[in-house]
Design a protein around this ligand. Structure first.
Ligand code: ADP
Ligand code: ZN
Length: 685
């Protein structure tokens, strides 16, 4: 744009006499830990390209260091020379639409995180780096060949060959291809360009494809009566096109997935897009596969994507080419141009909470986005969070839909609770006799089992980082188990208890001690001793470092090559194995996490979820829960599959102690090597 031309979008910048009397400025949130917005002048050369949401570079600090920031808005103001100018534009286009920008503002305030930092978290870094695109140079003719030849009869043979080549092609060609086809040097093209015969331009191209190879498989069944009823009400909600939150409360196996699929199809039929959020772990599992294959233009966003794929998918979503976006946390920020609904499966899931600043909860962000977009949001769970449950009673925006029966009319599994204090006394500290009995019944029927360790209250051995020796009991030479809570080591044979040492006690060694091994490892060893001829496989974060391994394990387990799968919670979620009829839970205690007011809720969720894994097909399932506190109300309620009873009691407790939802709770963490500094920091707040 030349200086005298007024810009249409921004109004007259210049008077006719060419005297400047107003200017454009941008409000910028710098991507530094400072929660303020600053005003910068927009130099003329950027005035046409700059948009709200775009990243810019700005001078920062006394030394004018260059930092990035987000342009929030653009205004015209009376001319002043007191403002520093924006130094450059980082992105060609904005990654935000108005709603996402507003969502960022809300998150920044609600989660107390500087705006620049918050906005930065809304866009995957692969997208910011524009991975997946490369810039290619294109060559095209600038003038008809005949015209050039008429004016320049004496033209070099190499240049002539190039011009004839382009003349034959008619459309721009890759510079690289043209040169290699002709065996010419780059200088041939550049000198032809200098003379105005050809044009060299740059173009951004995607360098990979994002297509998934998904089998199409459409289950054909009628909705059950309950499903149909719930879907009917949900359809009405979807049709109203206004902000509402539906909570689909359905026991495990009740067929919530089918309801989500149909609800999303309603949205697509209107030409809108739908986002479905699933918890972290489920992504590698069947659920996503089962879901994804039900839609045509689906994007699955998961941790296994390469940067290139991630970045390309993001731009395809922004271009409206993907109708359904399935993913974990970051998918809630998918830049859908015409979003129709957001579905949050397993809305109570802990992995929906982002553990870095901004420390947002995806469900809450989804609901806020729904409000800003004025669209319905559908939450689903067998064990809704208390927050969502109460909201249904309190807020006119919330509606509850229930599925009380399993889709295939299977009975709920029986849940048995074992008092581990008793078992310990009788010499079975890790796994009970009842569990052994149920497992052996299951295996003899050629069915499969899962044994799950609740990580809470469970712990590791301490071993030397150098000599690798384990700390053993001074009294009986058993392995001492490390308990992080209380920082003690405990002998699980004779119950001796010592403060945890930090360094190897072996004479002449003295290296640092590390926590190794895990409860799952010990459980695996024990089960193998019980059933020596069965195939027992352990799945925890030690053995499942790669997605590939995890997938292989899932395949082997569904193929029946594994008899017992032992693992942490990671195996409890979203999996559907029809031949699993027995599930054992080791460490079904809320204790050890007593500082967390949600401990009871988590335990209830865990047991219910686990129970949901047993007997999914037509076989009766059986669950054995081992606990040191077998009378805990959360356990009893889980045993009876009685969510309302659990909620009622839990709510009364929360009210009594003033916990959320009856209050708001924030954790403030101050860390420093010097105690005085931490103290003064906290006291100064
Ligand atoms: P949830 O997510 O509520 O635990 P799922 O959606 O995984 O339950 O469904 C449980 C099982 O029931 C799946 O195998 C699914 O294919 C099956 N199912 C769901 N709805 C129906 C239906 N209407 N008729 C027959 N089978 C169904
Ligand atoms: Zn001992």
């Amino acid at each position: 744009m030349s200086a005298a031309q007024p810009s249409n979008q921004t109004g007259n910048l210049w008077t006719e006499a060419g005297v400047q009397h107003s200017m454009l400025v941008a409000q910028v949130a710098p991507d530094v830990p400072v929660d303020r917005v600053y005003t910068f002048a927009i130099p003329k050369e950027f005035s046409e390209q700059i948009n709200p949401g775009q990243r810019v570079t700005i001078p920062w600090g006394r030394r004018d260091r260059q930092v990035e920031g987000y342009c929030l808005s653009i205004d015209q103001v009376p001319w002043t020379n007191t403002l520093k100018p924006i130094l450059g534009l980082v992105d060609d286009a904005s990654y935000f639409n108005g709603v996402l920008l507003e969502l960022g503002h809300w998150m920044s305030r609600y989660y107390a995180c500087p705006l620049g930092r918050t906005l930065d978290a809304l866009i995957p870094s692969a997208v910011q780096q524009q991975s997946g695109y490369r810039t290619v140079r294109m060559l095209s003719s600038a003038k008809p060949l005949a015209e050039i030849l008429a004016n320049q009869p004496r033209i070099g043979p190499k240049q002539r060959a190039l011009l004839e080549y382009l003349d034959a092609k008619e459309v721009p060609v890759l510079l690289r291809t043209a040169l290699s086809d002709l065996g010419a040097a780059a200088s041939t093209a550049t000198s032809a360009a200098r003379r105005g015969w050809v044009e060299i331009s740059e173009e951004r191209r995607a360098s990979a494809t994002t297509d998934f190879d998904l089998p199409r498989d459409e289950p054909i069944f009628e909705l059950t009566q309950e499903q149909a009823q719930a879907f009917d009400s949900i359809s009405k909600m979807m049709d109203e096109r206004s902000f509402q939150v539906g909570l689909l409360f359905g026991v495990s196996g009740s067929g919530k997935t089918e309801v989500y699929v149909r609800a999303m199809r309603k949205v697509l039929a209107k030409g809108q897009q739908a986002i479905m959020l699933v918890p972290e772990i489920a992504l590698t599992t069947q659920l996503v596969q089962r879901l994804a294959c039900r839609f045509e233009h689906v994007a699955v966003i998961h941790s296994g994507l390469t940067n290139v794929q991630r970045s390309l998918i993001w731009s395809e979503i922004a271009a409206g080419k993907r109708e359904v976006i399935i993913g974990t946390r970051s998918a809630v920020f998918a830049p859908c141009p015409n979003l129709g609904s957001i579905v949050v499966d397993e809305e109570q899931e802990g992995s929906f909470k982002n553990l870095q600043a901004p420390r947002y909860h995806v469900r809450d962000v989804a609901i806020k986005r729904g409000q800003l977009e004025n669209i319905p949001v559908l939450l689903g769970s067998a064990t809704p969070s208390l927050e969502s449950w109460i909201n249904c009673d309190r807020s006119a925006h919330y509606h509850r839909f229930e599925l009380t029966k399993r889709a295939l009319a299977q009975p709920m599994p029986t849940v048995e609770i074992v008092d581990m204090a008793n078992e310990k006394l009788e010499g079975h500290p890790l796994a009970s006799r009842l569990l052994q009995k149920r497992l052996s019944e299951t295996l003899s029927r050629k069915e499969q089992a899962m044994v799950l360790l609740n990580r809470r209250g469970f712990s590791n051995w301490l071993a030397c980082s150098s000599c690798r020796r384990r700390i053993v009991c001074a009294q009986c030479s058993g392995s001492m188990v490390y308990h992080a809570s209380g920082n003690v080591i405990v002998c699980h044979y004779c119950s001796r208890r010592d403060p945890a040492p930090s360094h190897c006690p072996v004479l002449g060694c003295g290296h640092k001690l590390n926590a190794i091994g895990s409860g799952t490892q010990r459980a695996e060893e024990l089960l193998q001793r019980w059933f020596p001829d069965k195939r027992i496989v352990r799945a925890d974060s030690d053995t499942m470092k790669h997605r590939r391994l995890y997938k292989q394990l899932i395949d082997e387990f569904s193929g029946g090559q594994i008899d017992i799968l032992v693992g942490t919670q990671m195996i409890a979620k979203g999996l559907d194995f029809p031949n699993v009829t027995c599930v054992g839970v080791i460490g079904g205690d809320a204790a050890g996490a007593s500082t967390d007011f949600r401990a009871g809720e988590r335990l209830f969720q865990l047991i219910t979820q686990v129970a949901g894994r047993a007997g999914r097909a037509h076989k009766q399932g059986s669950v054995v829960v081992q606990s040191m506190s077998p009378n805990a109300p959360a356990l009893i309620a889980a045993m009876n599959h009685d969510y309302p009873a659990f909620v009622e009691r839990e709510l009364a407790l929360r009210k009594k102690f003033g916990y959320p939802h009856f209050s708001r709770l924030t954790i403030i963490i101050a860390a420093d090597r010097r105690e005085e500094k931490v103290r003064s920091q906290i006291e100064g707040m």
